[in-house]
Write a protein that binds this ligand. Sequence first.
Ligand SMILES: Cc1cc2nc3c(=O)[nH]c(=O)nc-3n(C[C@H](O)[C@H](O)[C@H](O)COP(=O)(O)OP(=O)(O)OC[C@H]3O[C@@H](n4cnc5c(N)ncnc54)[C@H](O)[C@@H]3O)c2cc1C
Length: 397
Amino acid sequence: MTDTLTPQAGTTVESDEQFRARLREFLTSNHPGRPPKEPAEKIAWHKAWLATLFDAGFAGPSWPREYGGMALDFAKQVVYQEEFARARVPGPLGTGLGIAAPTIIKYGTAEQKERFLRPMLRGDSVWAQGYSEPEAGSDLQALRTTARRDGDEYVVNGQKVWNSSAEIADIIFTLVRTGTQDSRQNGISYLLVDAHAAGVTVRPLRDLTGDASFTEIFYEDVRVPVANRIGEENEGWTLVRTSLGHERSAGAMNQAAMYRRVLDELIQLVRERGITADPLVRDTLADLEIRVRLMRYSGMRTISDIAAKGEPGPASSTTRLFNVTFEQDLHEVAVELLGEYGALGRRDPLAVQRGRWVWGFLRTRASTIGAGTAEIQRNTIAEQVLGLPRDPAMPPR
Ligand SMILES: Cc1cc2nc3c(=O)[nH]c(=O)nc-3n(C[C@H](O)[C@H](O)[C@H](O)COP(=O)(O)OP(=O)(O)OC[C@H]3O[C@@H](n4cnc5c(N)ncnc54)[C@H](O)[C@@H]3O)c2cc1C
């Protein structure tokens, strides 16, 4: 361990560039290297890295210090995300950090914050999101998983689906129906379910890439302490709005910095293939270049909105839509420009860069579905950002 967040004795306030240099030095000298192949070893490796970050005071750039975070100002958060993308170190494990944590920070009790936040940030407990159901995706208010009160516990029954990382989760932040079946947004509660409790079954689902990056979850008479409910009973929908906003903006700046690097790598590859003189290729790359720069400004705006208002607000849909369409287009362009070898999968010895571009092409097909589909983001932008009339297909609020 070579550094901590505490400025050295005798120093005054650290400048952004001093912070960048200190962070870069830390990431270089503590870099975890390449991940092991075996899945259980890979998780242990990833958790060890998160613990290293936390213990050195380099975890949670926007989190309050009292929960182990860094409480960085706007400019240093931008630097932080840029340096992490540059260093190619692993990001968070599970989906709790960007979605559940801001919700707990805003709505949790002091006891819940103390119990849940530090272990989540340190990677000691991995969190997964249990919102969607087979009959409740875009129309999340239709969810049917029930939680019946029994003394100090709830008894949970139902099914969730498309839950990223739930196969490695310790806690599933789950939306349940505590009101009547037709109570919609007025009968939903926000429960933290122990993923190892009796009655919880998690099954992996294979996606287009051949990997299994999400799951389905079955709850059968799962007992959850009432002390694990965030916010009031039947008032979970208010919390969902916070958590969906954060989900749509989570990592916006990190994505911008990461795609800056990825686009540079693609341009380099196109140069090596000697096709940069083609005006159509130049035009396509220029378009991507403009968009990756806009992504950076949009990520900066998201961070400054959260810093100023505590919430990303409905404009998080604009950032999300912009970023996901960019990553789809980038991979589509890559596969097209790289020709037949670019379409070979990672196990093929002739594949370009071990099939990373075609893998990205397949993976990003799902980007305009997860965290709300592109159509739903457009509806949100139309109604809540532009003030246009409400979608007549949706039930009244
Ligand atoms: C990669 C990935 C990761 C995910 N991770 C998680 C996770 O961790 N946890 C979790 O709970 N869920 C997760 N999801 C689920 C995701 O939130 C849902 O898939 C999404 O909300 C859409 O719901 P649906 O699949 O039921 O589609 P549907 O809601 O059935 O939509 C089907 C089609 O109808 C369109 N549509 C629906 N309503 C409208 C409308 N009002 N106006 C216009 N068009 C409409 C949609 O845009 C879509 O094209 C993930 C999904 C993906 C792809």
